[in-house]
Design a protein around this ligand. Structure first.
Ligand SMILES: [Zn+2]
Ligand SMILES: [Zn+2]
Length: 655
């Protein structure tokens, strides 16, 4: 009998008699870990616990995939997606399955499965399916993997009338194909795994909603239904998440956008296109004023560029090659083809190239609130978060290699100041670099990548900002820093990106004349702080739950006369505050003062000035603040000073 040497990561080692499974080996190595493990990595490869160790690979390094880790959560959620599919097949025989991945970074969902059921599913089906999932989970049915020849797999799924799975196997399967069963259920899937050992490991899950989806995300392909759900390791975690979700629903920017009359999306004009109403427009103007003020202070030049350009440009930039599916189709005029821009970068390059540059001109920083259009599939659109027309607070920096460190530092400081102004505290930073995937193509030399990464790391270290290094997450044209912030209810939002680019300077043959009088290629940095005005606006609405700080609030002061007798005084107060630059709304309707206050409160107006005979006689105002309530009577002058000070300092609260 042969023996296998196994070594537990950060643990003991043992010599075991073959054949032996991962689960058995873990039991020998560490009983506690064996109990917790959901799956494992054997010499780096993810496998199920039922996987039989291969003695020829001896010695074997075993790393358990444990709960409360990102990998563990992925296995749990992906396995729950299978459980969902099993329940749907059980209830609706003949259902065709699409794909069912885990979602780890979507704050709304934890997994989904795409299906075509014999009849369209409705929301009323979700509790029924969830109940069946619980039934299957209770039976602790094993997830069993089989490796079978591709032809066999194809005939299994043909027999089951699952042409979509056949297509997947055809495209993605090797000679041998891995299929999974949940024994005792009608479920079979083409999948690489790994999964939890049995359905009994799945205890805390919930189905959330239904949406439309296309097979392969392609609108010309069959329409499917996407069932969303989530799963956690414990009921407590799930309950906490559901509570947060409920809070998030109350803050949903689509709902608040309607209730506060901030913006709309009009399907008859087109999906994913945002209409900013006057109140949303007032907020946007403040956001823009803030960012424009900062840009000029920080040495950026403000530029404005066209919305379309000749198609050739997009060939030069590589967008035709790498990004065409996200661009709207070309349009023709006078025998030339044009495309609407999905990004601003090539336009800023155009300005850079408009004249010869010397090292003395650098760094050059161009900033634009640039509106771009992207052909996002209708199924992926979501309020302000995912749109087809967006305005980026975009900037491109052209500099010499020597200047790069300071420029990155400048971007990071700018972003951090901006987060502070809007009241975001916790910032998480990810550094995305190349992976070792031999298939992946990356522009730029090893030296370029090394230098760029070093510059990014040094900037982060200089400011003492901890960061996580993520391999394989960089785009092909350079490494980047992503900054995520935590909002008022603990959700993380990816906003800021600072991105190196080795590609565009080469494609457009950018140059500057160096100190040596020779041409050199500048380094190009893309950076956006808000990301897009639309998405950032959506995040802000939810972060503040619609109660914007005074400087952003679309209506800053509501003037509320108690009786018609003081209407004239109210108009005078309103006029004076407007002259002081405040956004004021007068409510001169013949309503009870209680109704007027309630109305202003619902609109989340920061200050309400309640005016009666006494206030009129003394030239005073009785001040109510939306969160603090009654602040007492003060002179109009004092209130004006207070309000102006809060606006000028962009205070987050009105205390
Ligand atoms: Zn699977
Ligand atoms: Zn760019």
């Amino acid at each position: 009998m042969s023996e296998i040497n196994v070594q537990l990561k950060n643990g003991g080692s043992a010599q075991l008699a073959a054949p032996v499974t991962v689960a058995e080996a873990l039991k020998q190595l560490d009983r506690v870990v064996a109990k917790q493990a959901l799956a494992a990595r054997v010499n780096g490869a993810e496998v199920d616990l039922a996987f039989t160790l291969d003695p020829s690979g001896d010695p074997l390094n075993i790393e358990p995939v444990l709960p409360e880790t990102r990998e563990g959560l992925e296995v749990l959620r992906h396995s729950t997606a299978h459980l969902l599919a099993a329940a749907v097949l059980d209830l609706f025989p003949g259902t065709q399955l699409g794909i069912g991945p885990a979602l780890l970074d979507d704050p709304r969902y934890g997994f989904f499965y795409d299906v075509i059921a014999p009849r369209p599913l409705t929301d009323a089906d979700l509790p029924v399916i969830e109940k069946r999932m619980r039934g299957i989970a209770k039976r602790s049915l094993p997830y069993r993997r089989e490796e079978i020849p591709k032809a066999n797999a194809l005939s299994i799924f043909q027999e089951r009338a699952e042409p979509l799975k056949c297509q997947l196997i055809d495209e993605k399967g090797g000679e041998m194909v891995s299929v999974y069963y949940i024994d005792g259920s009608p479920f079979i899937d083409f999948c690489l795994g790994p999964h939890v050992p049995h359905t009994g490991k799945l205890r805390a899950f919930k189905l959330l909603s239904l949406a439309g989806a296309y097979w392969m995300g392609d609108a010309t392909q069959p329409q499917m239904q996407r069932i969303y759900g989530t799963a956690f390791f414990s009921q407590e975690e799930l309950d906490a998440w559901l509570k947060q979700r409920e809070e998030a629903e109350k803050r949903d920017h689509r709902r608040l956008g309607r209730e506060l009359d901030l913006f709309s999306i009009q399907e008859q004009y087109g999906q994913g296109l945002i209409f900013w109403h006057p109140k949303g427009g007032a907020i946007r103007k403040e956001m823009e004023d803030y960012i424009r003020g900062q840009l000029s202070e920080r040495g950026y030049g403000l530029v404005f560029t066209p919305h379309i350009a000749k198609r050739e440009l997009w060939f030069t930039s590589g967008h035709e090659e790498n990004y065409a599916s996200s661009m709207f189709s070309p349009m023709e005029f006078e025998g030339q083809e044009f495309r609407i821009k999905p990004m601003n970068c090539p336009f800023h390059i155009g300005i850079y190239k408009s004249t010869q540059r010397s090292y003395r001109d650098l760094p050059i920083r161009y900033a634009e609130l640039g509106t771009v259009y992207r052909a996002e599939l209708s199924g992926t659109l979501h309020g302000l978060a995912r749109v087809r027309g967006l305005t980026q607070d975009d900037a491109h920096i052209f500099c010499t290699p020597k200047m790069v460190g300071d420029e990155i530092l400048g971007c990071i400081d700018f972003a951090r100041d901006m987060f502070k102004v809007f009241g975001f505290k916790d910032i998480k930073v990810e550094l995305s670099v190349r992976g070792n995937d031999p298939e992946a193509h990356y522009d730029g030399s090893d030296e370029d990548w090394g230098r760029a990464e070093a510059a990014l790391v040094q900037a982060l270290n200089t400011r003492g900002i901890p960061h996580q290094r993520v391999e394989g997450e960089a785009v092909f044209y350079g490494p980047k820093i992503d900054m995520r912030v935590e909002d008022a209810i603990g959700r993380m939002w990816q906003l800021t990106t600072v991105q190196f680019d080795f590609n565009l300077p080469r494609r457009f043959q950018l140059e500057y004349i160096g100190e040596d009088n020779k041409p050199h290629q500048p380094i190009m940095i893309h950076r956006a702080l808000f990301g897009s005005m639309e998405r950032f606006f959506g995040v802000l609405i939810e972060h503040y739950a619609g109660a914007f700080p005074l400087w952003l609030a679309p209506v800053q002061v509501a003037v509320l006369p108690i009786t018609d007798r003081v209407n004239e005084y109210a108009e005078k107060v309103g006029a004076e505050l407007r002259a002081a630059g405040l956004r004021v709304e007068l409510n001169l309707r013949s309503e009870k003062i209680g109704a007027k206050i309630r109305d202003a409160q619902l609109q989340k107006v920061p200050f309400m000035l309640v005016l009666g005979d006494r206030e009129m006689e003394r030239g005073e105002v009785a001040v109510r603040e939306r969160a603090q309530g009654d602040l007492g009577v003060m002179s109009l002058e004092d209130f004006e000073l207070k309000a102006r000070r809060l606006v000028e300092t962009r205070a987050l609260t009105n205390v």
